[in-house]
Design a protein around this ligand. Structure first.
Ligand code: SAH
Ligand code: SF4
Ligand code: F3S
Length: 436
């Protein structure tokens, strides 16, 4: 049993981990009372860590019932030395720990643990960083019709609140040929939609021997016959080029959706966050994007309560939210991450103040999202059908180009195909539709 915490990078890594385990003979199960339980962890906010510690206690009880059970931990949280110390001290039930840079070693570590004479030893293998990219790992993809494709790993931006660069290492791009080959192979196996993954896709290609831009990569991917839809995340505003915006205006395959993290609307805080753009610069980008692709859906990430945030700073964030009118926004309460520059900043904001601002922001974000969703009611949109609805088996669920969910009458023969659906009613986060 594999449990994945965190972002799409981690979800993609878990597909590789499952592939390795299946190759050596393991079968997947839904239950955590299994012979092997693996947690692929996230550490972007403190509560991600707390969740893992909580569950490790539960796993301890399962292990007392099944002494042969293997508990394996990997992912971003394991790249933090103090986490390893705490596990060594308090969670002796863990058998193997590896990190974000050496997933390919999993089978070897398992063999070491299973055939170890000294059977109680905890095996820990963490690499601090790597410049390497291991291609051609076995992998077991969750969907047969859509898939994530890594185009780069790591991050060099060091936003002052963020731990990702410390746990994912330096930015490195995959060779375009490897990316194209992987996508061609996916398409040959029936995939119609791909999501290109990177912490900052707009700076793709800079580390290559023969540098190319993200827009040039997209162009080459667009030429792949049989591929219908392209998505990507995440875009950093500071590296979003005019070349890319122009390309989005012409592309037939890139979906009408972009995730463009704002983090804050205050120039003062953006500078303290090390984001390298201003409020006005961000708004100008949005104007350019909407000029190129008028009905594009925009989503964002926002942090409330960054150290030193004043009511005036927060008002600037609210102002951007009102001006841009995001289709959706992920709002986060600032979480102090040990080792990041922001953790050492003075004037951490009072909890109650942060909570009150967060609630105001969330209410505004939801109000605007409902309004945006309502604008498309009555339209016919292309929907990629993904699955049978969880609650009602006469319904299927799919996504529009703008990445909105739609539920409509249909059966499993539709899964994986793109069909025209009329959006009849908006429920805020999703639509009720009917085949057009
Ligand atoms: N590379 C991506 C995001 C990775 S983390 C990007 O640049 O957008 C996803 C989101 O988590 C970030 O956009 C940020 O809004 C949030 N986040 C990161 N560190 C955080 C922290 N210390 N506290 C609260 N939210 C944080
Ligand atoms: Fe974190 Fe910033 Fe890198 Fe995103 S761009 S992963 S927020 S450091
Ligand atoms: Fe979390 Fe690591 Fe992703 S810290 S958000 S799983 S890169």
């Amino acid at each position: 049993n594999i449990k994945t915490f965190g972002c799409q990078m981690n979800a993609r890594d878990s597909e590789k981990i499952l592939g390795i385990l299946q190759t050596i003979g393991y079968e997947e199960t839904d239950s955590e009372q299994a012979d092997l339980v693996l947690y692929n962890t996230c550490t972007v906010r403190e509560n991600a860590n707390l969740k893992v510690y909580g569950r490790l206690g539960q796993l301890k009880r399962y292990k007392s019932k099944n002494p042969d059970m293997l508990t394996i931990l990997c992912g971003c949280m394991m790249q933090e030395p103090e986490v390893i110390e705490r596990i060594k001290k308090s969670y002796r039930n863990v058998d193997i720990i590896f990190g974000t840079h050496n997933i390919f070693k999993l089978a070897e570590l398992l063999a070491m643990r299973l055939f170890d004479q000294n059977a109680k030893r905890m095996i820990i293998d963490i690499w601090k960083d790597t410049t390497e990219i291991v291609e051609e790992l076995p992998n077991s993809r969750k969907y047969s019709f859509k898939g994530g494709v890594n185009i780069m790993f790591g991050c060099n931006n060091f936003c002052s609140y963020c731990i990702v660069p410390y746990v994912r290492g330096r930015e490195r791009s995959r060779n375009p040929e490897d990316i194209i080959d992987e996508i061609k192979q996916l398409v040959a196996n029936g995939v119609v939609e791909i999501m290109l993954l990177g912490q900052n896709v707009n700076s793709y290609g800079k580390t290559l021997e023969n540098p190319i831009t993200f827009a040039q990569l997209l162009q080459r991917i667009e030429d792949i016959e049989g591929l219908k839809r392209i998505r990507f995340m995440t875009s950093h505003p500071k590296d979003l080029s005019d070349e890319l915006i122009e390309y989005l205006g012409e592309s037939k395959k890139v979906c009408k959706q972009m995730h463009l993290p704002l983090q804050s609307g205050s120039d003062r805080l953006l500078q303290k966050m090390n984001r390298h753009y201003t409020k006005e610069g961000y708004l100008e980008l949005v104007r350019k994007i909407r000029k190129a692709v008028p009905d594009i859906a925009l989503s964002t990430d926002i942090i409330v309560g960054f150290p030193g945030e004043t009511e005036e700073d927060f008002a600037q964030t609210m102002d951007v939210v009102k001006k841009v009118e995001y289709d959706s926004a992920f709002t986060f309460i600032y979480s102090k991450r040990t080792g990041t520059p922001a953790a050492a900043m003075e004037e951490q904001v009072d909890e109650a103040v942060v909570k009150e601002r967060f609630d105001r922001l969330l209410a505004k974000v939801q109000e605007i999202a409902a309004k945006k969703a309502a604008e498309d009611v009555g339209k016919v949109e292309e929907v990629l059908v993904e699955e049978i609805n969880d609650h009602d088996a006469t319904l299927v669920t799919g996504r529009t180009s703008k990445n909105y969910l739609v539920h409509f009458k249909g059966d499993k023969s539709l899964i994986g195909s793109i069909v025209d659906v009329k959006l009849c009613e908006s429920k805020g986060f999703y639509y009720i539709g009917e085949l057009a």
